[in-house]
Design a protein around this ligand. Structure first.
Ligand code: NAD
Length: 262
């Protein structure tokens, strides 16, 4: 077991990629905090993990990652219940698509708040706790191929996902002396609610069929026309979370069936 007794806080872990990471971490022995806006779904995920017979365990915490007080309180609750914090996965995210000329300013600000303010606030709270405890730690950001590439209709998403790479590099430099590492996982398209919602929206905006969105927009640049899976991303998260030294910090790892090659 690669994460035995480690404590991990995962944002947006009530659904999709975050949920699968929580399951994989608990399977590896970690105590996981499912931090999500959707408390009912977070609680259900925690119950699912606790009932599954894995050696790790889970709690649910209500957290809007854009709310400073809720983030600080959720991190404090995790430390109270589990005794510390070793791993942060800053994963919560949404998607809003539109051409720039039609993009509402409030949607731009909401996207940047969830993806970047959320990453900053959770990082700050966890780094403070990690430094105080003196045991080091690992911070993972859920980037995207859009941390490296651009697509039409996704201006704030692409800007925010590029921004996470900058944040991870600063955390890597500031955190090194306290053995805190930071890395970014950059998945290609994964079939989660976030992507399922986008398929009809893109079809309508681009004036093409949903099958064409999948084949000619989402998977066109992959080497094999395949979606990345939640398990692919969770396996990468386990690898990075368990990696023991600062040799692997300030990096981004792309998991995308070759859509983006670094
Ligand atoms: P999802 O919609 O399945 O899950 C997102 C979760 O985040 C939900 O449980 C939601 O309640 C939560 N959330 C939303 N806003 C929140 C907030 N303000 N505070 C706390 N929680 C909040 O989506 P997903 O596909 O699993 O996406 C997870 C992350 O992976 C996102 O950052 C997304 O950008 C990134 N990502 C997804 C894909 C993909 O193809 N699905 C690809 C690359 C990167």
């Amino acid at each position: 077991m690669q994460l035995n007794d480690k404590v991990a806080l995962i944002t947006g872990a009530a659904s999709g990629i975050g949920k699968e990471i929580a399951i994989a971490f608990a399977r590896e022995g970690a105590k996981v905090c499912i931090a999500d806006l959707a408390l009912d779904a977070a609680t259900a995920t925690a119950h699912e993990i606790n009932a599954s017979g894995v050696s790790g365990k889970a709690i649910a915490v209500a957290m809007n990652v854009t709310d400073e007080a809720q983030v600080d309180a959720g991190v404090a609750q995790t430390i109270t219940q589990f005794g510390g914090i070793d791993i942060l996965v800053s994963n919560a995210g949404i998607q809003v698509i539109s051409p720039i000329v039609d993009f509402k300013f409030e949607d731009w600000k909401r996207m940047l708040a969830i993806h970047l303010d959320g990453a900053f606030l959770t990082t700050r709270a966890c780094m403070r706790a990690m430094i105080k405890a003196g045991q080091g730690g690992t911070i993972l950001y859920m980037g995207s191929v859009h941390s490296h590439e651009a697509s039409p209709l996704k201006a704030p998403y692409v800007a925010a996902k590029h921004g996470l790479i900058g944040l991870a590099k600063v955390v890597a430099k500031e955190g090194a002396k306290d053995h805190i590492r930071a890395n970014v996982i950059c998945p290609g398209f994964v079939r989660t609610p976030l992507v399922d919602k986008q398929i009809p929206e893109q079809a309508k905006t681009l004036g093409i069929t949903e099958a064409d969105v999948i084949k000619n927009v989402m998977l066109r640049e992959t080497v094999d026309g395949e979606f990345t899976t939640v398990q692919d991303v969770a396996n990468t998260a386990v690898f990075l979370a368990a990696f023991p030294t600062n040799a692997l910090t300030g990096q981004s790892i792309t998991v995308s069936h070759g859509w983006h090659m670094q």
